[in-house]
Design a protein around this ligand. Sequence first.
Ligand SMILES: C[S@@+](CC[C@H](N)C(=O)[O-])C[C@H]1O[C@@H](n2cnc3c(N)ncnc32)[C@H](O)[C@@H]1O
Length: 230
Amino acid sequence: VLAFVRRVLPRPPLRVLEVGCGRGELAAELLAAGYEVTALDADPEAVAAAREAGVPAVLADFLEAGAGVHDAVLFTRSLHHIGDLDRAAALGVAACRPGGHVVVDEFARERADGPTAAWFYDLRAVLAAAGLADDHPDAPAAADPAERWALEYGGRRLHTGAAIEAALAAHLTVELVERCPHLYRHFAQRLEPTERGAAVARSLLERERERLERGELAATGLRLACRRPT
Ligand SMILES: C[S@@+](CC[C@H](N)C(=O)[O-])C[C@H]1O[C@@H](n2cnc3c(N)ncnc32)[C@H](O)[C@@H]1O
């Protein structure tokens, strides 16, 4: 995510707003790289963790709080969760200066097909058996992986990648759309924060990337670089 963001943003100094900063991993890297970052999240636990990691994160619901004006607005996997997507896109534009950047890192849940869902659930079971990640005992169960995916990630609770793209395109010039690996991140965020955990995460990313290149899996990662018209 950091590599993508740095590729599409101008170099610092730059005022950046990150919406849905979570535990602040990306914000910490951007601060270290010299960006002026306002990191915002509605989850008190995530904000506390970000602050502990040295990121002066703000506890606020983006849909309700004003966010000032910035040179760039980043939505980092927050848009698929956000309640009112059109309002979020409009507020994102309002928080971005004319000519500024809106950068989005997202999960296009609707793109997963049967083989993609099967790969995901097989890996999840193996990682759980190895004691490396939990197997989501509360997740809805179904024998067919595509059905299981639809039960877990379908429905109207999460916005689709297509809806996110459309909401942004209504206000912004979309300059770049990239499809990329994402499933490994579902596991990576639950792995132990050790060298072993990092090695497993790297291996999962490599496997997913190779299968995407061979056309054996569908890409559920979605990245967009947009500009606010002047
Ligand atoms: C999947 S997490 C992503 C965290 C981190 N950016 C990452 O990519 O790992 C989504 C985050 O968006 C935050 N979020 C969702 N809706 C929000 C809103 N209306 N205002 C602020 N944060 C929100 C959630 O609290 C959560 O921390």
